[in-house]
Design a protein around this ligand. Structure first.
Ligand code: UDP
Length: 477
């Protein structure tokens, strides 16, 4: 039977972006790949990207779609992201099982799937894979440091360390090997706090902790040298780990060498963006001083209240630094009138700010004018910032973000963690620190990490070796 991989991303920007890149890397090796996206994600990609024509150059590639159970105009973000999990449970899971057991991907079809690579949070996919006896390799698009805390959750709960109430959040957590000196309660994912344990995300992640070690292997978007601290203990639970990150860098380097080898024209636009990118921000950046601008974005799912929005705005303006602020539609919860906005905020923003709804973030972070990144600490944003040498101010909210921000400030020492606060004075001070006061300290740590990241995707680098091992393993399974 010829190898045929089914890649099934979580229907969100970060996972879709990474897993399409993995799909393309596997396609380049000649293996057949089907990407299973939700109808909503597929339609959105068609609207904003050229994925169809991009992938049409691979005869061994195809897209397939599945319902997420929600109407197309549902926002699928903020608190309403919970509807997405509900829809997936009620609609996607049974349809997926049907597809795999007797439908278009089963052993009875003329093009059966031989390996399944779903998002790490899809426990149901492993149940199906075991039922039909097809090997499954999880792609964990969250950070390895957060995944490690997920894997430790059963022990943390058994030891009574989790859940905890909102007091004494600075108590050090003992049950996550490798992090005993610096990981505090407040750095664990927010569902570990008592008031959040009933959240459906908790159930998904608890299941993930039990299911991931049962898979044939786990793919991580990191490079060996960045996450050694957690990879060593993680291998005791999951021995077969493929570290193929930073996947965006590995992908770029593969495309470059492919172009060189075949003298093809380089692919000019490889965006997997679910929103229309405003590229005029790059011309605005061209006019700014080197390393002077703070880029501000809370990613594709996180939200802020109107009060937090005004704290951000005052803090940015008071810092006196230019800022590029992505205000994704629907990311501010609540309403305000224009007459509530102090005139000096508007005037200063006209002078030094650029506000838009979505940008080509990799290109923005790579721009020489960017000096800092005020981020929600999503894993993709974090690793993109590492590779471009941009110090971070971390304002995390959910899932892996709280852990990531602690690693940014305490392990890698490449930024400031302002979690659990949202105050204009703290934001002003943090912006000044990353752009001016502590800039050289952060830049030096970043330089070392980015260099190690580049080495990992160079010939015989650790991520290239792991990608080749993955491809070999897919071919032989
Ligand atoms: N992103 C982008 N443009 C934006 C904001 C974000 O292209 O204006 C991309 C960013 O480069 C990253 C992804 O969206 O690859 C966000 O993923 P992350 O894991 O950082 O956060 P999430 O959105 O999953 O919370």
């Amino acid at each position: 039977m010829s190898p045929h991989v089914l890649i099934f991303p979580l229907p969100m920007q970060g996972p879709v972006n990474c897993m399409l890149k993995l799909a393309e890397l596997i396609c380049i090796s000649g293996i057949s790949v089907t990407v299973l996206n939700t109808d909503h994600i597929h339609r959105t990609l068609l609207r904003h990207t050229n994925v169809l024509s991009r992938f049409s150059r691979y005869p061994n590639f195809r897209f397939q779609t599945i319902s997420d159970g929600l109407p197309d105009d549902h926002p699928r973000s903020g608190k309403r992201v919970l509807d997405l999990f509900e829809g997936m449970k009620n609609v996607t899971e049974p349809v997926f099982r049907e597809m795999m057991v007797s439908g278009c991907f089963s052993s009875k079809s003329d093009f059966p799937v031989t390996v399944i690579i779903p998002d790490g949070s899809f426990a149901f996919a492993l149940d199906v894979a075991e039922e039909i006896q097809v090997p499954l390799i999880y792609f964990e698009t969250v950070s390895p440091c957060a995944l490690w805390t997920y894997l430790c959750l059963p022990n943390l709960i058994g030891a009574g360390e989790v859940p905890f109430d909102g007091n004494d959040l600075d108590i050090i957590i003992k049950g996550v090997p490798g992090t005993e000196t610096f990981l505090r309660r407040r750095d664990l994912p927010s569902f570990c706090r008592f008031n959040n344990v009933a959240n459906p995300v908790t159930e998904i992640i608890m299941k993930e902790a039990r299911y991931v070690p049962r898979a044939h292997g786990v793919i991580l978007n990191t490079f060996q040298a960045l996450d050694e601290l957690v990879l060593v203990p993680m291998r005791t639970l999951c021995p077969n780990i493929y570290c193929i990150g930073p996947i965006h860098t590995l992908f770029k380097s593969h495309l470059a060498s492919e172009t060189k080898a075949t003298t093809q024209t380089p692919q000019s636009n490889v965006s997997n963006s679910l929103w229309e990118e405003n590229i005029t921000c790059l011309s605005w950046l061209d006019m700014q001083v080197t390393r002077s601008v703070v880029h501000v974005s809370i990613g594709s799912m996180a939200t802020m209240t109107v009060d937090q929005f005004f704290e951000f705005w005052h803090g940015l303006v008071n810092s006196g630094k230019p800022f590029l602020w992505v205000q994704r539609l629907g990311s501010v919860i609540g309403e305000y009138n224009d007459d509530q906005v102090p005139k000096h905020l508007v005037d200063e923003t006209k002078l030094r700010g650029f506000i838009t709804t979505w940008v080509p973030q990799e290109a923005v972070l790579a721009h020489s004018a960017i000096g800092g990144f005020l981020t929600h600490s999503g894993w993709n944003s974090t690793i993109e910032s590492v590779m471009e040498g941009v110090p971070m101010i971390c304002w995390p909210q959910n899932v892996d973000q709280q852990v990531n921000s602690r690693f940014v400030s305490e392990v890698w020492k490449i930024g400031i963690d302002i979690k659990d606060t949202c105050d204009r004075f703290i934001i002003e001070k943090a912006v000044k620190e990353v752009i001016d006061v502590r800039r050289s300290e952060f830049i030096e740590s970043l330089r070392i990490l980015a260099e190690l990241g580049d080495q990992s995707v160079a010939e015989d680098g650790s991520s290239v070796v792991d990608l080749n091992r993955l491809i070999k393993s897919i071919s032989s399974l």
